[in-house]
Unconditional design. Structure first.
Length: 455
C-alpha cells in the first residue's frame, strides 16, 4: 500500500501532462502538471486513503480520450472500457465526469452550430456510454452502498446550478476577445479579491450548513488558490487567443465542477459539507491548466519585452516565484495534514501504529458487540476489522447529553486537540472536562495513545 497506491495516484499526473500538451504545448503542460501534482487535495485523495486513488487517473484518461478521439468502433470500445473501469472505482467520480463531458459536448455542439458546420454527434455517444456504465453499475450493485436518497427536487437543483455555470462559461467562451491592458489588470485584481473575501468569510462564519468556522491561520492553506486566481484570468485570455475547441473546453470543464460545488454549498444541505470538500479535488486540473496558460503567457510577455529589461526581468521573476509559491504552499498543506494533524485537513484518514494495534486487539478479542467511537475509529474498526461502531453514542456520552454508559468506548489522544469526528473531517469540540467521564468506566485496554473503556 505504501508504494503501489501512491504510484497509481501519480499516474494521473502523467495523463494530465499528456492531456495539456495535446491541447496547448509542453511549456504549459509542465507548469500545469507541477501545480496539479503538488495540489493538496490531489495528494491527499490519491495516496491510498480513498477510492479517488483509482478514480483520478481514469477520469482524466476519459477527458483525454474525449478531447482527442480516435473515432469509430475502436475509439468507442476504448472509451467504454475506461468508463466501465471508472464506474467500478467510485460513486462520485463517474457522476462528476458525466457532468464535465456533457458540458464539453454541448459546448462543442453549440460552437459548430454557430459556425454552420456539421454537428459531431460522436461526443454525445461517448457521454452516453459513460452515463450508461455508471447507471448500470449503480442499479446492479452499488446502490446498496449508496445510502443517500436524492429526490427529483435535488436533481432539478443540481441541474439548475449546471445551467447557470454553463451559461456563464458559454458567454466567456463565445464573446469577442478584448485584449485591453487596463481591462485585463482590472479582471486580474477582481479575480484575486473575490476568492480572498470568500476565504476570509470561512474564518468568520459557516458558509454551508454544518461547516465549521475555520481558524484564521487556515488562510495559509487557501493561499495557493488565491495566488492562482489572477493567472487564471490571463489563462482565459490565452484560451481565447488559441481559438481551438479543445482549449475552450477547459472553460466548460471548470464550469461543470463549479456547478457541482455551487450545488454542494448552496443547494444540498444533506450532502453539502462532504460534497463541497470532495469537489475541490476536481477543481484542481482545470484551474491548474488555466493558471499555467496564464503563467506561460506572462513568461512569454517577459521575453518579448527584452528591450525593457527591468520590466522583463520582473515579469520572469514573478512567473517563477508564483509557480514556486503555489507548489511549496501545496506541499506545506500536505505536511500540515499528515505531520501537524491539522483538524480540517484530513488527519482522520491517517492511522498510527498504536491505533492499528488497538484495532487488532478489538478485532481478535471476539467482543461481539458494537463499540462507541468517532468516524476515525469507525473507518479503522469497520474497514479493517469488521467491528461495528456507533458514532453518536460516544459523543452523546462524552458531552453529557446521554448519561447511559456505552458497553465499550474507543478514545485516542488526538481527541484532546481536534475533538470528536462526526462526518468526514467535521469534528465537534468536547467539553474541557470530558476525560472525567472516562473515570466512571473501566479501562480494559491501553497502549498510550489509544484507550478502550467498558461500562
Amino acid at each position: 500500500m505504501a508504494i503501489v497506491f501512491p504510484v497509481i495516484g501519480a499516474v494521473a499526473v502523467f495523463i494530465f501532462y499528456t492531456l495539456v500538451e495535446g491541447v496547448f504545448n509542453s511549456g504549459i503542460s509542465l507548469i500545469a502538471s507541477t501545480i496539479f501534482a503538488t495540489g493538496f487535495t490531489h495528494a491527499i485523495f490519491t495516496d491510498g486513503v480513498t477510492k479517488e486513488t483509482y478514480g483520478n487517473p481514469l477520469y482524466l484518461l476519459l477527458i483525454l480520450l474525449f478531447l482527442r478521439p480516435t473515432g469509430g468502433v475502436r475509439g468507442a470500445f476504448l472509451f467504454a472500457l475506461t468508463s466501465t473501469a471508472l464506474a467500478l472505482t467510485h460513486h462520485f467520480t463517474p457522476a462528476v465526469t458525466v457532468a464535465i463531458l456533457f458540458s464539453m459536448a454541448l459546448a462543442c455542439f453549440i460552437s459548430e452550430f454557430r459556425r454552420g458546420s456539421g454537428q459531431n454527434r460522436f461526443s454525445f455517444l461517448l457521454v452516453g456510454i459513460l452515463a450508461a456504465a455508471t447507471v448500470l453499475y449503480y442499479l446492479v450493485y452499488a446502490r446498496a452502498g449508496f445510502n443517500i436518497q436524492l429526490t427529483l427536487s435535488d436533481w432539478l437543483s443540481a441541474a439548475s446550478f449546471q445551467t447557470v455555470t454553463f451559461t456563464l462559461a458559454a458567454f466567456f467562451a463565445f464573446k469577442k476577445s478584448n485584449h485591453s491592458i487596463t481591462q485585463t489588470l482590472l479582471e486580474c485584481s477582481t479575480a484575486t479579491v473575490v476568492p480572498l473575501i470568500i476565504t476570509l468569510l470561512t474564518a468568520k462564519t459557516s458558509i454551508t450548513p454544518g461547516a465549521p468556522v475555520l481558524p484564521s491561520h487556515y488562510l495559509v492553506y487557501a493561499a495557493p488558490l488565491v495566488i492562482d486566481s489572477p493567472f487564471i484570468v490571463l489563462g482565459y485570455d490565452e484560451v481565447k487567443k488559441n481559438g481551438n475547441g479543445s482549449a475552450s473546453a477547459t472553460l466548460f470543464w471548470l464550469a461543470a465542477v463549479l456547478g457541482l460545488e455551487g450545488y454542494a454549498v448552496f443547494g444540498c444541505p444533506d450532502l453539502g459539507l462532504g460534497l463541497a470538500y470532495r469537489t475541490v479535488n476536481f477543481l484542481w486540473p482545470p484551474l491548474a491548466l488555466l493558471s499555467a496558460a496564464g503563467l506561460h503567457r506572462l513568461y512569454l510577455t517577459a521575453k518579448r519585452l527584452h528591450g525593457w529589461r527591468p520590466v522583463a526581468g520582473l515579469a520572469k521573476t514573478a512567473t517563477v516565484a508564483a509557480v514556486a509559491a503555489i507548489a511549496l504552499l501545496n506541499i506545506f498543506n500536505v505536511y500540515a495534514a499528515v505531520s501537524l494533524g491539522e483538524r480540517y485537513m484530513g488527519y482522520f484518514w491517517l492511522y498510527t501504529a498504536p491505533e492499528y494495534e488497538a484495532g487488532s486487539w478489538i478485532g481478535t478479542a471476539n467482543l461481539n458487540q458494537t463499540i462507541a467511537g468517532d468516524v476515525k475509529a469507525s473507518y479503522l474498526l469497520k474497514g479493517y476489522f469488521n467491528v461495528e461502531v456507533d458514532v453518536f453514542q460516544g459523543v452523546k456520552y462524552l458531552t453529557g447529553k446521554d448519561d447511559s454508559q456505552p458497553r465499550l468506548l474507543y478514545t485516542y489522544e488526538q481527541m484532546l486537540r481536534n475533538g470528536y469526528v462526526l462526518w468526514e473531517g467535521y469534528s465537534v469540540d468536547l467539553p474541557q472536562n470530558w476525560t472525567e467521564k472516562l473515570y466512571d468506566l473501566n479501562l480494559v485496554y491501553s497502549n498510550g495513545p489509544v484507550n478502550v473503556h467498558s461500562e
